[in-house]
Design a protein around this ligand. Structure first.
Ligand code: PMP
Length: 425
């Protein structure tokens, strides 16, 4: 190992961590950073500073939430003020009403909201809700879509589940797994065949797949899902944990003009603090406890810190600059990367997030993504780290941009990519 080029403090911390945590980390993708994870001391704007005093331009952004960059002053001040007033009440607070009002104003399918603490909790509750509401059992999901770490959705999931070759986690009872049917993404005929013969409670989909790299929906995919689920009285669940408030205030459902029955949110709506939300029409969300009989509860649900941070973030997003700047940054960078790579490749970008795939012509589903030259991607990731740029360690994650990715940041990034991609043949 070439320690001159790496980071000695992080290396020592990593060795300590391996004794304490399974695989050295608390969430698997973090162990994929090469040659070993760096440890972050602080972060501001587009930059992360490591314990080894290295400055890295960040395109991971906490895996999506930080559309305002790190430590945005508006969010920081809002949270500081809230901390002075306490951080957990176990009672309702005004902030939860204000944040829910923002969500119901902007997200077309959202008339009512339930706040939880992670995307995982949101999709778990959404699926239970679809089953409770319809009285049916089966769920359709898509190969490579990742909806969190719970039993209902860990079949052919993307993100770290794909990175570490886990098609299906140990510990999930066969009885649960057999209630979930997996179709290829962008394959409407599979959905049609399945929904005709099975009693499908809900179809859960990432409206843009962000957990196998970035894979956009084909032109009619989401509309066809909408009409099929309507025809067969199944609920359409858009998992907008990544796309919510990233593709604009109305998320993917506004971007593509398709309104689901249930929407799950997370990431951005907490401004970088833990959050999740289940949204939908009044009649569907009312099925949740205590007004209905589909159980959900949580000590930290709607905790005031996450509410305040989310509110400050959305208020900033309403000004529009974050979308303008993050889209411009992603566009310039994606085009530059496209022109720099000399081998066969494709760059998939939707608005302000993207990923590049090497050695393949097109990536329209998880199968295509798996054929890409993943080991070369990882080498690029490692080389970019040495050049001061942090892109996801896994082919199956996305590069995100933020309001902090201004021209100067983009120009520096392009210089780094030029040096690194010049070596990829
Ligand atoms: N859904 C999607 C689309 C996600 O990308 C993720 C996490 N990356 C989740 C759900 C799970 O969210 P969390 O990690 O907050 O549990």
């Amino acid at each position: 190992m070439d320690l001159r080029r790496c980071s000695i403090l992080s290396y020592e911390l990593w060795n300590e961590a391996k004794n304490l945590f399974a695989g050295g980390v608390n969430s698997p993708v973090r162990a994929a950073v090469k040659p070993y994870p760096f440890y972050t001391r602080r972060a501001k704007g587009a930059y992360i500073e490591t314990e080894d005093s290295k400055q890295l331009i960040d395109y991971v952004l906490g895996y999506g939430p930080l559309i305002l960059g790190h430590s945005h002053p508006k969010v920081l001040n809002a949270v500081k003020n809230q901390l002075e007033k306490g951080w957990l009440y176990g009672t309702p607070s005004v902030a939860e009403i204000k944040l829910a009002e923002k969500i119901t104003k902007h997200v077309p399918s959202a008339e009512m909201v339930r706040f939880v603490n992670s995307g995982t909790e949101a999709t778990m509750t959404a699926i239970r809700l679809s089953r409770g509401f319809t009285g049916r059992k089966k769920i359709i999901k898509f190969d490579g879509n990742y909806h969190g770490a719970h039993d209902y959705v860990l079949m052919d999931a993307g993100s770290a589940a794909s990175e570490f070759g886990v098609p299906f986690s140990l510990g999930i009872p066969e009885e649960v797994a057999s209630t979930v049917i997996v179709c290829p993404y962008n394959d409407i005929s599979c959905v049609e065949r399945t929904i005709r013969k099975e009693d499908v409670a809900g179809v859960i989909v990432e409206p843009v797949m962000g957990n196998m790299g970035v894979i956009p929906p084909n032109s009619n995919f989401l509309k066809d899902l909408r009409s099929l689920t309507r025809e067969f009285n199944s609920l359409l669940i858009f998992d907008e944990v990544i796309t919510g408030f990233r593709l604009g205030l109305g998320g993917a459902q506004s971007y593509f003009g398709v309104k689901p029955d249930i929407t799950t949110l997370g990431k951005i709506i907490g401004g970088g603090f833990p959050i999740g939300a289940i949204c939908g029409s009044r009649d569907v969300i009312s099925y949740l406890t205590p007004s209905g009989k589909v159980f959900n509860a949580g000590t930290f649900n709607a905790n005031p810190v996450s509410m305040i941070a989310g509110l400050a973030t959305i208020e900033e997003l309403e000004k529009g600059n974050a979308y303008r700047i993050s889209e411009k940054a992603a566009k310039i960078l994606a085009e530059e990367i496209d022109s720099l790579i000399k081998i066969e490749h494709v760059v998939n970008r939707v608005f302000n997030f993207f990923q590049f795939f090497l050695g393949v012509k097109k990536v329209e589903n998880a199968g295509d993504a798996r054929k890409s030259l993943r080991e070369v991607y990882v080498k690029v990731h490692e080389a970019l780290l040495r050049e001061g740029v942090f892109v996801p360690p896994s082919q199956f994650e996305a590069l995100f941009t933020s309001i902090a990715h201004d021209d100067d940041v983009i120009n520096r990034t392009i210089e780094a990519f030029r040096r690194v991609l010049g070596e990829v043949h």
